[in-house]
Design a protein. Sequence first.
Length: 377
Amino acid sequence: MYILKYGMVGGGEGAFIGDAHRKSINLDGKARLISGCFSRNWDNTLKTGEKLGVDPERLYKDYAEMAKAEAARSDKIDFVVVVTPNSSHFAVCKAFLEAGINVVCDKPLVFEIAEAEELMRIAKEKELLFAVTYTYSGHITFKHVREIIKAGEIGDVRMVMGEYAQGWLYSGDGGKQGSWRIDPGQSGISNALGDIGTHVENSVSMMTGLKIKRVLAKMDAIVPGRTLDDNSVVLVEYENGASGTYWVSQFAIGCDNDLKVRIFGSKGSIEWSQFGSEDVFITGEDGIRKLLRRGYGAIAPNAARYGRLPAAHNEGYLEAMANIYSNFCDCVIKQSEGTLAPEDIDYPGLEEGLDGVKFIHKCVESSKNGNVWVDFD
């Protein structure tokens, strides 16, 4: 098996998400880390590189230098992973795309709608692949829900209830991981809605295939000293006429990454939770509530093929992210061989990233204008 080479921007010592990405990639052994600009602090980059066994020759002081140098090498990286604060996503991703290197970027994609559209233009022009790590979309049961709805088993979707509640930012600045998220200069125009609300938007979109027509949002900065939202409620109208309600919060004490989605159709309903990601609950017109569990024959083949452990052995966050990377790596190889087909791509990409940026902007516009309906297009 050909092992891809990748680099990372961000993810130095003390950064949670970069380490999670590296561990997820390592699960399948389809790519190995060979270069990086892990921090704006050169000492941090050197220490991180040494710890990870990266050749000092492939360590860089800034992302621009890294993109230019890697592109010029005969053994250049096959893709770069961008795990920096939101404020630098656009510049970093653009630099590597322009250098002809495939990109994986953490969400939310960028600050501005125009920036997302610019990345889409460059990627299309240079025929490069781009993944956005909406991690929960990698869960097998998440993919199974998508298959159930696509097959029409619950009929036409009429109502969606989505929420993502956290309790870790109930006071203070949350330390290193929280301080940049509540800083408009690094996080952008939104905190909670941008950080975790985009997971709700993406989950509903990828599960149901529904497109948002308009939103009405109430975004509040509750904790004293905050300027960005830490609690938001959004009403959604979809293009098919269905309705949705989203709630996201970062001061909900007792909640830990509680992403939940309930989808109600004309013939049945589905319940999914990332905390209970081994299970899918389906209720039909007869009122009987059925439990489908990962690892058994009831899971659709397109979802079950991502399974890593036998039934009764729980899979979780790292495995979900690894599923995104596994498919992305497969697609990079097929792209290089000239055999990639649209149906091979099973990861969130630039279109999903753009939808997330639009969602943030339209909700902020709605909230600032007195909680009014705002068209999505």
